[in-house]
Design a protein around this ligand. Sequence first.
Ligand code: AMP
Length: 194
Amino acid sequence: MLNVIVFGAPGSGKGTQSEKLIDHFGLHHISTGEVLRDHIARGTELGKIADSYISKGQLIPDDLMVKVLAHVLDSNPERTGKGVIFDGFPRTIPQAKALNNMLAERNTGVNAVIGLEVDESDLIERMLRRGQESGRADDNIDTIKKRLDVYHNQTSPLREYYLQEGKYIAIDGNRSVDEIFSDIKSHLDRQLEK
Ligand code: AMP
């Protein structure tokens, strides 16, 4: 199994690179942001709670988010067989610890963390463009600034956490989509040879 976390600030290209990775490696893609946006679109109870945080640029509380992820993992056992791309999870140290436990219970673990490192000015530009193109509600300048603060305060410590676990692979995300992808691919090919 190849379980990969695609990590980075909002707007760093996690979704784009994850899509390319599933095609190439045949892995199952779990984007917690997409799971939550789907609940919001369907008007579920979880969707209502999620919307109250997402619209403010805040993170959904860890306890709830961990339950959501466990549910997604358990409801797709056949599709998670080859491994999973985790896109947007974990976003806090408690989530990372919970993920380690969840995977250990399933006799597996995190193989690699792909850290997409992008200059801050580019992040804002990319998210504003995505907001215009896709209509994504939280891609407006006020919410983008809050999401970047949340990233620096709560999510970026994970870089150090996974560096210490020997799993963090820094990727220069200031290049073209294809250049970034071929860099990630060669790192993961090496991982598969281990
Ligand atoms: P994303 O699509 O990954 O940018 O996520 C969009 C929003 O969903 C984030 O700004 C958070 O409000 C929420 N979200 C997604 N994943 C998580 C997570 N792992 N923990 C907490 N909140 C999350």
